[in-house]
Design a protein around this ligand. Sequence first.
Ligand SMILES: Cc1cc2nc3c(=O)[nH]c(=O)nc-3n(C[C@H](O)[C@H](O)[C@H](O)COP(=O)(O)OP(=O)(O)OC[C@H]3O[C@@H](n4cnc5c(N)ncnc54)[C@H](O)[C@@H]3O)c2cc1C
Length: 137
Amino acid sequence: MLISNKQIAIVGGGPGGLTLAQLLQLKGANVKVYERDLNKDARVQGSPLDMHEESGMVALRKANLVAEFEKNVRVGADKKIIVNEHAEIIFSDHSNNPAEDLANAPIRPEIDRGMLRKVFLQSLQPETVVGTVILFR
Ligand SMILES: Cc1cc2nc3c(=O)[nH]c(=O)nc-3n(C[C@H](O)[C@H](O)[C@H](O)COP(=O)(O)OP(=O)(O)OC[C@H]3O[C@@H](n4cnc5c(N)ncnc54)[C@H](O)[C@@H]3O)c2cc1C
């Protein structure tokens, strides 16, 4: 196989690099991810990501991470309320029941980027992600 007996280097431990690393490890590849952040808490990761059915969710399914993802989803974060100039609601897709669940609601469930990174780091083999001088933990 193309990936056997090779060491694969991925530059960048964002969602793209970590997904690729996970998919390659599931195929038995020898992978290292080189990330410039000194550790997973080095900076705020930015706005939440919404997962589209045809892209992000496909990748999570292939990476066997849907269950872990669902545990950490921000339920309801994809909901919208639109009000007019009098603050009257003209559109809302909030349900009356806040105890919604993934089966009923979000078509594009949202997750914090830091949490998504954590989900990947927990599933990757230890010491997969390395920095320039210290191991990424
Ligand atoms: C405001 C905003 C909102 C978004 N919302 C969504 C959304 O809701 N849903 C969605 O699917 N997408 C969304 N996106 C797009 C999404 O953020 C990107 O598609 C995704 O982050 C790309 O992942 P990546 O791993 O390729 O790159 P990045 O997320 O940019 O990660 C790159 C990583 O590489 C590291 N790095 C960079 N240079 C080096 C180097 N030289 N050496 C070592 N490490 C390096 C960085 O520290 C970083 O960790 C949004 C983007 C923005 C800007």
